[in-house]
Design a protein around this ligand. Structure first.
Ligand code: ADP
Ligand code: MG
Length: 684
């Protein structure tokens, strides 16, 4: 179906180049160019049933000649008297005199237009019309497409209509018949035809359902296959029951939260004690205490004579974990080491050797731990912290360092469960949904840019009381350089003018990892009062003394991300503040800011964001490397997603590499869907 659109009747080079702007290159692309909306002209009413202002379809009879009025120069009004069984009315057009000869008294036509009332007179404004019985423009649901300059909706309709008439027979069904039957799906040709030109709303719904199903099924199956777990339940390690762990828990400096930390650890314990490989996602809001969960699991692994590894996205975060984990294990005969890029070659070499020969129990580190030269003696547990910062591949490499070790991934990005099914489709999910007791609520304010001076005064006051502040500048989508420039500018202004009496630091993504860590270290040790940064500080570093988070252009961030940023403060004994500077007057922006102002529950916040902005934020190809969805809407098509996912599991269970003949076409579709994504180049 790779027919180039340029050779399609009625297209030609000019239109072809415009279509290309809409990402349409082939006839198949055209067929999958799904309308963004529909104008439902299929519901007929009688005049008596109509409401003023309503847009309706009607069947009317012409009962008189067209009158033409010319109330002003440059304005002519044409009025055609009509009636239906219930009432009389006029069809009304402005400046379209040429219509006057189109109507024959006594003829019946169907029209679609907006109802207006002037005095006692009912008018149907600028209606589209056609002969009764034709149902070309009026009596049906009309697609509305996303447009580009130089292409009208009607032109796209014509092109798509033609391509369907001419080429639909070449579209091949790729879903196995048994699946079509099982879920009562429309066939592919019917679905494409009806998603563009539905005969009625029931067929439209069926068409959309079919296309959404196929899209979610291919996506989910591709992910399952890539993630290569195939739900075949890999044989894993059976760890011992560990009674000593209760003693360990007793001695912790705090009491675990019952309903969350204890519950989640029990789930992990059960996984570890059976002989199926654990693949578990631990999801918990910032500050909910995920680290201790990892510590307990490590303790258990070591008690059975295995090694454990934990990978974190930055050096500073890794060292932070290293320090706190060492503290938890002090008094036990457990050796923990830190492996990061900045170690001296000699120190590194020693660690690698001891690790390989089994003299190290726990290795904490950055990407350094998945380098080729890192070998374990008996790796039993692989943990990834802040999973959203790593790709699927890196997680896989880590677990391949052992012989089917149990795997835990931890993330603070609160993804609604339904989406986690896709993003982490191969994982069991544990959720920590309460914070340790005694946390102070962070006071959050959404303000306009006119408040900046007052905010600066507030920051000054807090710093004079020895607190510290984070200032976040937005990521500029188009260019990292612009982002960095903006941060640098604000930094200079702070350093040289506004806050020249204080120590101001700068942190951004273009700095070398070592420079970044240095700045973070200085901030942590209070050698910096105000840290101006891009979103690179998002990930879990603890600076309890900082109590202010100011976010510029907050409207540009996802709510989940804002929430994550806010989580950088509120970690110490001082009252903390988060100030969102919203530079947009847009209604939705304001509503989104209000969500954050009123809630501190990460899951609620991300559900709300999903509702307000759609799933793009979670599924930006940039962030997760997932293919773009054309039909399915992950918010409204949740039910379809669930079914598609169940079926994907079924199929992959039955035929992990899709070798059966009945899946041949489906396999091709999956390959096609993933073919352009670098991240998934391993897929075949
Ligand atoms: P995150 O889930 O963001 O990784 P951490 O594991 O870093 O959170 O925990 C945040 C802080 O809360 C740490 O200082 C940790 O020691 C502390 N903490 C964890 N669990 C509890 C608890 N049950 N009671 C009190 N403090 C806790
Ligand atoms: Mg953490």
């Amino acid at each position: 179906m790779a027919v180039n659109i340029q050779y399609l009747k009625g297209v030609g080079p000019k239109r072809a180049s415009r279509l290309r702007k809409l990402n349409i290159n082939t006839v198949e692309d055209l067929m999958y160019f799904i309308p963004r909306d529909y104008d439902d002209r299929s519901k007929f009413k009688t005049l008596r049933e109509c409401m003023i202002g309503e847009k309706v379809s009607l069947e009317v009879e012409i009962i008189g000649k067209a009158n033409i009025l010319r109330p002003r120069r440059n304005l002519s009004i044409i009025k055609v008297p009509v009636k239906d069984s219930s009432h009389n009315a006029y069809l009304v057009w402005f400046n379209q005199e040429y219509l006057k000869d189109k109507f024959i008294v006594g003829e019946k036509i169907i029209v679609n237009g907006k109802i207006n009332k002037v005095g006692m007179e009912i008018q149907i404004m600028s209606p589209v019309f056609e002969k009764s019985g034709t149902m070309d423009k009026v009596g049906r649901i009309t697609p509305i497409y996303s447009l580009t300059e130089g292409l009208t909706n009607n032109e796209i309709i014509k092109i798509i209509d033609y391509s369907i008439k001419e080429y639909i027979d070449q579209i091949r069904e790729f879903l196995p018949q048994e699946i079509i039957n099982k879920y009562d799906l429309m066939d592919i040709r019917g679905a494409i035809t009806n998603v563009h030109f539905p005969m009625n709303s029931v067929l439209l719904e069926k068409a959309r359902k079919r296309l959404s199903f196929q899209e979610l099924l291919t996506l989910q199956m591709g992910l399952f296959i890539i993630k290569n777990r195939n739900f075949t339940n890999n044989k894993g390690i059976r760890f011992n029951k560990t009674i000593e762990i209760n003693d360990f828990i007793q001695k912790l400096p705090f009491k675990l939260t019952n309903y969350s930390q204890i519950k989640v650890f029990k789930e992990i314990e059960a996984d570890m004690e059976n002989d199926i490989q654990m693949n578990r996602l631990v999801q918990g809001d910032v500050g909910s205490g995920k680290t201790i969960i990892a510590v307990l699991a490590m303790f258990k692994a070591i008690s059975s004579g295995y090694q454990a590894v934990m990978m974190a996205p930055t050096e500073i975060l890794a060292s932070q974990h290293f320090e706190s984990i060492r503290k938890f294990f002090s008094g036990y005969n457990i050796r923990t080491e830190l492996l990061v890029g900045s170690l001296s070659p000699k120190a590194k070499e020693e660690i690698l050797l001891d690790l390989k020969e089994g003299r190290i129990d726990i290795l904490i580190g950055t990407h350094a731990v998945i380098q080729e030269n890192v070998e374990f003696n008996r790796l039993g547990l692989a943990i990834t912290d802040e999973q959203h910062r790593f790709g699927v591949k890196q997680r896989a490499i880590l677990s391949q360092k052992g012989n089917n070790p149990d795997v835990i991934v931890m993330t603070a990005t609160p993804i609604p469960r339904t989406l986690a099914l896709i993003l982490y489709g191969d994982l069991d999910v544990s959720i920590i949904d309460e914070l340790p007791p005694g946390r102070k609520e962070i006071e959050t304010y959404a303000v306009g840019p006119e408040m900046i001076e007052r905010i600066n005064n507030f920051i000054r006051k807090q710093i004079l009381e020895s607190r510290q502040a984070y200032i976040v500048c937005p990521l500029i989508e188009e260019s990292e350089t612009l982002t960095v420039n903006a941060a640098e500018e604000l930094y200079k202004d702070f350093k040289d003018n506004i806050f020249k009496e204080f120590k101001v630091g700068l942190l951004h993504g273009k700095m070398k990892p070592k420079e970044k860590d240095l700045v973070m270290e200085e901030f942590k040790n209070h050698k910096i009062d105000i840290l101006v940064s891009t979103t690179v500080i998002e990930v879990g570093v603890n600076v309890p003394n900082s109590n202010i988070m100011v976010i510029y252009n907050a409207e540009r961030f996802g709510l989940a991300q804002l929430h994550q940023l806010r989580g950088r403060v509120g970690r110490g004994e001082h009252q903390s503040y988060c100030i969102l500077i919203n530079e947009s007057n847009n209604q939705i922006s304001r509503e989104r800011m209000r969500v954050l102002q009123n809630s501190t529950d990460g899951f609620k916040i991300s559900e709300k964001d999903l509702e307000l902005r759609g799933p793009g934020e979670f599924f930006g190809t940039r962030q997760h490397g997932l293919p773009e969805l054309k039909v399915a809407n992950l918010f409204t098509d949740m039910d379809i997603l669930k079914v598609a996912q169940k079926e994907a599991i079924n199929i992959v269970n039955q035929d992990p590499n899709l070798e059966l003949e009945k899946y041949r076409e489906l396999k091709k579709k999956i390959q096609e869907m993933f073919s352009n994504l670098r991240e998934y180049s391993t897929f075949n």
